[in-house]
Design a binder for this molecule. Structure first.
Ligand SMILES: [Mn+2]
Length: 233
């Protein structure tokens, strides 16, 4: 992909912004909808129903809704597992609007969290917010990845951040630039990228927080407005 395709036009950004807005509305709706005792599939179905009934013409990717131990699967498919008290639930969703993709992820807790869950969540949140602050035009992708990775590594969870920080988004949900530890691509104004660090602890749980943002010369314009602080329902 050449640079001119990575840099989005105003119109493209408008479409991606609309997709992100539908995603935010969907997440707000799901916070009311989701209950202990539902299956992951039931929640994923409701996410998709909402996206389509609020202007999506398609899905950017197969909706992810995983709970409990299954939150340690970054690309887990929604299953018949019942959402239980004490579970983390990770939802990764994206509408398509005018052919352009949305992409956002939130992890929420059902009922209560352990100290360990809280700790891991706070580390991912810090990595995510600091990486957001590090992004602007002229910055190399691996340097942004490093901001998040260093925070997670210093907290002792480096082995569990098993993917890159993010990726470009456009007509495809995964486009250039690639934000990972090896990518020396340079961010430019009006690129649209995700910021999505995660920690996935085998046999325990995982946390991922993902925003979708426009790169500018002064920082990002974050298109995902949903709350990032830990939500315990
Ligand atoms: Mn993504």
């Amino acid at each position: 992909m050449n640079k001119s395709n990575m840099v989005k036009t105003e119109k493209e950004i408008e479409s991606i912004s609309k997709a992100a807005e539908i995603g935010d509305a969907c997440f707000e709706h799901i916070l009311e909808f989701i209950k202990i005792g539902m299956t992951e599939k039931a929640v994923a179905d409701e996410i998709e129903r909402f996206l389509f009934s609020h202007g999506a013409t398609g899905l950017a990717f197969d909706t992810i809704c995983v709970s409990g131990e299954r939150t340690n699967l970054p690309h887990g498919e929604p299953s018949d597992k019942i959402i239980e008290f004490g579970d983390f639930v990770t939802m990764d969703l994206g509408a398509i609007v005018d052919g352009y993709c949305g992409d956002m992820t939130r992890t929420i807790a059902m009922g209560s969290v352990t100290e360990e869950q809280k700790k891991v969540y706070e580390v991912v949140l810090k990595a995510q917010t600091e990486a957001c602050k590090a992004i602007k035009s002229g910055v190399k992708c691996f340097d942004v990845d490093k901001v998040a990775r260093d925070i997670i590594t210093e907290a002792g969870f480096g082995d569990y951040f098993i993917h890159g920080l993010g990726h470009g988004v456009g007509t495809l949900v995964h486009e250039s630039p690639t934000l990972n530890s090896k990518s020396d691509e340079i961010l430019a104004e009006n690129m649209v990228v995700t910021i999505e660090p995660g920690i996935y602890i085998p046999n325990k749980f995982g946390v991922r927080i993902e925003d979708l943002a426009i790169v500018t010369s002064f920082g990002i314009i974050n298109k995902v407005k949903s709350k990032k602080e830990l939500i315990i329902l």
